[in-house]
Design a protein around this ligand. Sequence first.
Ligand code: GDP
Ligand code: GDP
Length: 495
Amino acid sequence: MSKELPIIVIVGRPNVGKSALFNSILRKRVSIVHEQSGVTRDRVVAPGEFHGRRFLLVDTGGLGVHHKEKTVDVFDGMIREQVAEVVEEAAVLIWVVNIQDGITPQDQEVADFLRKSGKPVVIAANKGDNVNARADAVGLFAALGYEDIIPTSCTHSIGMSDLMERVLELVPASAGDVEAETAEASAPPMRVAVVGRPNVGKSSLVNYLLGEQRVMVSDIPGTTRDAIDIPVTLECDGIELPVTLIDTAGMRRQKQIDTVVEFFSLSRTNNAIKRADLVLFMIDATDPCTTQDRRIGHVVVEERKPCIILANKWDLAERGSKEQEVVARIRAEMPFMNHAPVLLLSVLKGFNVNKISHRLLHVREQMGVTVPTAVFNQFLQDTLARTPPPSTGTKRFKIFYGVMRSCPPPKFILFVNKRSLCPRNYSQFLENQIREAFYPEAGLPIILELRERESPQGEKASGIRQAAAGAKRRRESEFQSVQRRISHRKGQRNG
Ligand code: GDP
Ligand code: GDP
């Protein structure tokens, strides 16, 4: 699986449809993740896929909006700098303009800014809601000096394929998405452990997921002592998702052990969890959590595995039972598992079982997300402004800047003045905020490491921003080499 997805950044003056385009390219309404001074804003970064090629999409509109009560011009002052930092990390830029307005003075400003960036640009001439408007697009924006002008209408989902085909042609061959494509084909399937105490419905679920493919099970000898590995291809919206189910209930079927208590052993479950990329943790929706449930939950957390809680037998719930109440009960009983989304399920009735593959696909997508340094520091700045760390005595905990180190699971390093000044609940708060902003609903554990460092003169107030600039410098040589590869490819194409 790719660790470095190429970054595609959407830029443009306000109100041209950047956020609409972001959603259209991702073909979904992207969840709204955080609120700032009463303004709700959309996500600014999300993983996407087009014809099997994977990338990270960034909406710079989202970067500006939260700074003031209303939409601000992302090409003004400080925000312009932030956009510049994000643009630095981009493989390609999508510049959105509005066919209905033609070229405006603000577009000219954006043009100057983009020229300086030296990045490849594809223009999305948006709001081309009818044929005539779209036919005019190229003539209308030719003066901007870019060859690639693709008419689009986000409202009618027109032009997205043309746009993305062109954009992805410009992503250098050596960047992460091409690796992702080949890695994807040869990557081992995702290992999914199905765990839970006896009688919650594990066997039933595995059988359900196998469906037509059940016949295969007999052909596969138990591959480990503890569990049976069953390769299966799940389908989700036409996308095939090969997974290996690690079936801890399978041994019982194989060995004809009669009593479930005899079968159950925590070590079997532990091993399955250790070997898994993701854990489907089954519990009973209608029973309070047991000690055994909690023990399994603790292993999942200790092993830092992404996890989805499946609350099964929902069909047995009393009439009028509410989903939120069940989820609230589970949260109260296993607070240490708060990061894991809960899916109510009835394997017996087939209720919500098809949602499992959606969730798996989502987790797989999220596992490939690396957060650009500039976006991460922008996020930190926001979060610190909104909820500053509490002071302990006379000293206050300070975060100078942060970087993402690895994924999965996503690991972030924060450079701080003094670790001991950070209360446990504040680092937990930061973990939750990171999860919400970049990995919503995926059940991924977030690893946050605090490292102490000296505060150089003048860095106190603007450390985060300076750090982003530092990262920018470090990346410069990398960008130059990407640029060289692009010109080389362009040369090859023209020649
Ligand atoms: P942003 O500020 O650039 O992110 O712009 P938004 O995505 O918020 O869109 C601004 C307005 O333009 C919203 O009211 C959208 O519904 C509208 N809009 C976006 N795309 C289209 C389009 O293709 N056609 C039309 N007619 N309106 C659009
Ligand atoms: P395991 O021990 O976790 O593998 O559980 P099984 O799959 O063997 O299921 C235990 C019992 O629960 C069996 O009698 C299943 O038929 C039943 N069962 C499984 N799923 C459901 C469900 O969604 N609703 C109800 N009512 N019963 C279920």
